[in-house]
Design a binder for this molecule. Structure first.
Ligand code: IPD
Ligand code: CA
Ligand code: CA
Ligand code: CA
Length: 262
């Protein structure tokens, strides 16, 4: 596959950030860790990776703006293009030595995600997609899973956690969905959940309370892999509302039907 100049820039920046994360992952006990809120950790590994992404991308596309998890917004002279960055998705996993984390880099044009790269440097998996050009993992084309029955499906989800989310509602959803699927999973890294749906590993995924940087790249990946993406009201306001549900169209619709029924 031939990479566009834009994708080449994105991949180089993400790989460089990934190398920084891997160095820190090897010395996790020496990191400076602080809390942004209950159960919401950040470390200097997150900040270093974000700085690398910012600097590489600003050098390559000086006019684009930024939305970054740790440093917030930077306006660009080009008002329509904006990088959406999660330098380390799955910080809690990372800090526990669990190799399920990712760099997630999306590009939005006029608020719509048009390109995405998600990279797990611990497994050396690189997921990339550009609008209209398909989705790839390590340069091989990927597609969402073709299963049409919830009963055959493995579905990933995000759980409410300390300080965030509605535990009672999740309990009802689990009660309704658990008996209808062949497995429920929770990775702790929403960007990876989306990449893994794009790659056909998970048949579907939903989560509430996410931020644009958790989803922007993954939305492009799932769509370009032939999947469907919506918010939990069946609309397309994922980035604004912070909730998302994905899968092939049958699974997404059936999953949404179960979740809306509880
Ligand atoms: C978190 C992860 C996690 C999700 C949380 C996110 P972070 O991102 O994606 O899977 O359940 O809602 O905040 O903070 O590790 O980048
Ligand atoms: Ca975080
Ligand atoms: Ca995240
Ligand atoms: Ca993060």
């Amino acid at each position: 596959m031939i990479r566009t100049p834009l994708m080449t820039v994105m991949v180089q920046a993400v790989r460089k950030a990934g190398r920084s994360l891997i160095r820190d992952f090897g010395e996790v006990e020496n990191l400076q860790v602080s809390l942004k809120g209950p159960g919401d950790f950040v470390s200097n590994a997150d900040r270093k990776a974000e700085r690398i992404l910012h600097d590489e991308l600003a050098k390559a596309r000086p006019s684009f703006g930024f939305l970054m998890e740790e440093s917030g917004e930077v306006e660009g002279s080009d008002a329509s293009h904006r990088w959406i960055i999660d330098p380390l998705d799955g910080t809690t996993n990372f800090l526990h030595g669990i190799p399920l984390f990712a760099v997630s880099l999306g590009l939005a044009r006029d608020g719509v995600p048009i390109a995405g790269v998600i990279h797990n440097p611990a497994t050396d998996e690189l997921f990339i997609a550009e609008k209209g050009a398909g989705a790839f993992m390590n340069d091989r084309r990927i597609r969402v899973a073709a299963r049409r029955n919830l009963a055959d499906s493995v579905i990933s989800c995000g759980l409410p956690h300390m300080g965030r989310g509605d535990f009672a509602r999740f309990g009802r959803e689990y009660g309704a969905l658990g008996p209808k699927v062949s497995g429920l999973r929770r990775t702790g890294a929403a960007a990876l959940d989306l990449a893994w749906v794009a790659a056909g590993r998970f048949d579907g995924f939903w989560e509430r309370g996410l931020k644009p940087w958790d989803m922007a790249a993954g939305i492009v990946l799932v769509r370009e892999a032939g999947g469907y993406v919506s918010d939990l009201d069946d609309g397309d306001k994922m980035l604004a509302k912070g909730d998302i549900i994905v899968g092939n169209e049958t699974i997404r619709r059936d999953l949404l039907g179960v979740l809306r029924g509880v």
